[in-house]
Design a protein around this ligand. Structure first.
Ligand code: SF4
Length: 287
């Protein structure tokens, strides 16, 4: 049995959706694949604050402000900083995370100064396989952004996606690369196929997903957040105990960037039925 009786909940807000020029083959937000998703420019800050309050009421401790696109620019960094400040002013007790792609130290420092606690940038897959799934930017740039996050003193949230056609050696290489960054938090995503995308199927079975969670927990250490994020509903519905027993101690609640999740109450009932509590602060973590 897992020693993690408390489960940390994290919610995501897609504050700029679906208008990215990059060609990541797993991503419906790339304009190249014409996936049927909602696409919009910056959400209003009042709306973001309202949604943050709802997430908090639903038990979220982490709140992630996500923008589509390759990385931060002056306009984006200013907008995310203003959104973070507004949330910090009106909603108590949320750990704020930004997920805005490639970022330099100056931009990350600016976000930190404006209330962000953490930055999410996933390595996505192994360095070897990355060239197969994205040709518009390099894996090394992703790793560098993660190093930048650490160097300015923000908490690093970094993970990846499994089941995009990679081989077993890529999964191991990805987990090793993530562990080499020693992130405070790691989201494990399991590929969610969409007919518009070049990657048509998900090549991962439940037992493989469980073994990835176990390996990740072993590599990352007991005091880190290990989150099952995208694809949880496809693989683990009705079998959530497997992911917690394997070492996960966090999950995303509510909707994802472009796909729907379970209703938060359904997930909270599931946790209660399994005997887990929803965490109310991050004190027990190395955060
Ligand atoms: S850079 Fe980000 S938003 Fe753009 S296609 Fe890749 S994963 Fe999607």
């Amino acid at each position: 049995m897992s020693t993690h009786k408390q489960i940390f909940l994290c919610a995501i807000n897609n504050i700029l959706s679906g208008i990215c020029q990059e060609d990541c083959k797993f991503c419906t937000q790339s304009v190249r694949y014409h996936a049927e998703i909602e696409r919009y420019n910056y959400k209003k800050i009042e709306q973001i604050v309202k949604e943050a309050k709802i997430a908090k009421e639903n038990g979220a401790l982490g709140y992630c402000l996500v923008t589509a696109g390759k990385g931060l620019d002056d306009k984006k960094v200013d907008f995310v900083a203003r959104a973070a400040q507004a949330i910090k002013k009106e909603v108590e007790g949320l750990n704020l995370i930004a997920c805005n792609g490639t970022a330099n130290k100056e931009q990350l420092t600016y976000l930190k100064e404006h209330g962000l606690d953490s930055y999410n940038h996933n390595l996505e897959t192994s360095e070897r396989y990355y060239a197969d799934i994205c040709t518009t930017h390099a894996w090394s740039e992703r790793y560098e952004t993660c190093e930048n996050v650490k160097s300015v003193g923000l908490a690093l949230c970094s993970g990846g996606i499994f089941g995009m056609g990679e081989e077993r050696k890529d999964r191991d290489a990805l987990l090793d690369a993530i562990a080499s960054l020693s992130p405070e938090s790691t989201p494990l995503n399991f590929y969610h196929p969409n007919p518009a995308l070049p990657i048509k199927t998900r090549n991962i079975a439940l037992d493989e997903a469980v073994s990835i969670i176990k390996k990740a927990r072993k590599l990352l250490g007991e005091d880190r957040l290990l989150m099952v994020a995208g694809g949880r509903e496809l693989l683990f519905t009705g079998k959530e105990h497997l992911m917690f027993e394997a070492g996960a101690n966090a999950m995303v609640i509510g909707n994802y960037l472009t796909t729907k999740g379970h209703a938060p109450n359904q997930d909270k009932n599931m946790l209660a039925t399994l005997g887990y509590e929803v965490a109310t602060n991050c004190d027990t973590l190395k955060y």
